[in-house]
Design a protein around this ligand. Structure first.
Ligand SMILES: Nc1ccn([C@@H]2O[C@H](COP(=O)(O)OP(=O)(O)OP(=O)(O)O)[C@@H](O)[C@H]2O)c(=O)n1
Ligand SMILES: C/C(=C\CO)CCC[C@H](C)CCC[C@H](C)CCCC(C)C
Length: 307
């Protein structure tokens, strides 16, 4: 069995190579790559890839370009509607006092980014698809700025996304959060595991750490009395499993070809550990978790998956 994962990075315009780790015999050098998209039948005779096709040059196929454009517009509209619906739902739940404001905020934190990453495969395979997807966090970014400066009033947004109902809170954690979503969509998209792992850690890991830490966090971390072992352990565990889930989701859809071996698990566990340690550090007054955690994860995942 061997690990085989390499991807072409559209912005870095280079292959991020990976050594192949073979338990039996090293595959030929040419195969020591993460392969993206529907691998050639010879390599994967049994796997059906019904979604991912290699990005098309739209100009070569005008009909395909038109179909892609309509698909991306529809996908952006659907995901944007989902974003508004999510916030509206938690606003109603908070208003009816079915959940506390803090829990509402954290669940929006956990679900928004993860559902955004899960939605990426509904966009087309055009080169422009990532830009259409990024429109959704961009619109939400503008929404946060407008309401954060109280240029307009949206009590539902403020109630479901802030700690104490102060509109200015929107200009910190939530704003950094959507900027990271834009960064992951534009730089990593469906072509690199780094983006989805970073969102899994920021949204899933950090969000659950808060929920579990507030509830069970009596035993504090020695170097940071505002964080607890329960919160950090939850971040590691949930971050790890949500990352694995994301990788599996994108593998099944044909975007990543992963050999599900212990080496992959070790790499994801290492990235999850790095993110957990960074999140536990007493640096929130200097840099928000919604910046430090995803950036640390991106670096760790890039270094971990390149060799
Ligand atoms: N490793 C962690 C992380 C969080 N917490 C608990 O969750 C609370 C909020 O955690 P924090 O990461 O500081 O959340 P913020 O990002 O600051 O909160 P918000 O997202 O609401 O801005 C902490 O005070 C603590 O009670 C914890 O016990 N252990
Ligand atoms: C409370 C938050 C961060 C603080 O730590 C999260 C704020 C989320 C934004 C208000 C809404 C972001 C929506 C996403 C860009 C798109 C979600 C789409 C999905 C289909 C629901």
């Amino acid at each position: 069995m061997s690990l085989c994962l390499a991807f072409t990075h559209p912005f870095l315009n280079r292959h991020v190579h990976s050594t192949a780790l073979s338990l039996s015999h090293p595959p030929p050098l040419s195969l020591r790559f993460f392969s993206l998209g529907p691998p050639s039948p010879a390599r994967n005779p049994l796997r059906f890839h019904f979604l991912y096709r290699f990005p098309q040059q739209a100009t070569a196929f005008p009909a395909a370009a038109t179909a892609n454009l309509f698909q991306d517009i529809a996908a952006s509209a659907a995901v944007l509607a989902g974003a508004y619906s999510l916030v509206f739902t938690f606003d109603i739940l908070t208003q009816k006092e079915l959940i506390q404001q803090n829990l509402s905020r954290k669940l929006v934190h956990v679900l928004s980014g993860l559902l955004f990453a899960v939605s990426w495969p509904i966009f087309s395979n055009s080169i422009e698809a990532r830009y259409f997807a990024s429109l959704v966090p961009l619109v939400n970014c503008l929404r946060l700025v407008i309401h954060g400066f109280s240029l307009a009033d949206d009590p539902g947004l403020i109630k479901s996304v802030t700690r104490e109902g102060n509109p200015k809170e929107l200009l910190r954690g939530p704003l950094y959060y959507v900027l990271i979503l834009i960064l992951c969509a534009l730089v990593f998209w469906r072509e690199s595991p780094v983006g989805v792992i970073s969102l899994a850690m920021m949204c899933g890991g950090d969000g659950v750490a808060d929920i579990m830490g507030r509830k069970f966090g009596s035993s504090k971390i020695p170097y940071n009395q505002s964080k607890s072992w329960a919160g950090s352990i939850s971040m590691f565990v949930f971050g790890f499993f949500i990352s694995i889930g994301m990788l599996y989701y994108y593998s099944v859809l044909g975007y990543f070809q992963l050999d599900w071996c212990w080496t992959l698990m070790h790499r994801v566990a290492l990235v999850s550990l790095v993110a957990t340690v960074v999140e536990s550090l007493p640096i929130t007054m200097v840099v928000d978790d919604n910046i430090s955690v995803p950036l640390a994860t991106m670096l760790a995942a890039y270094l971990s998956f390149r060799h």
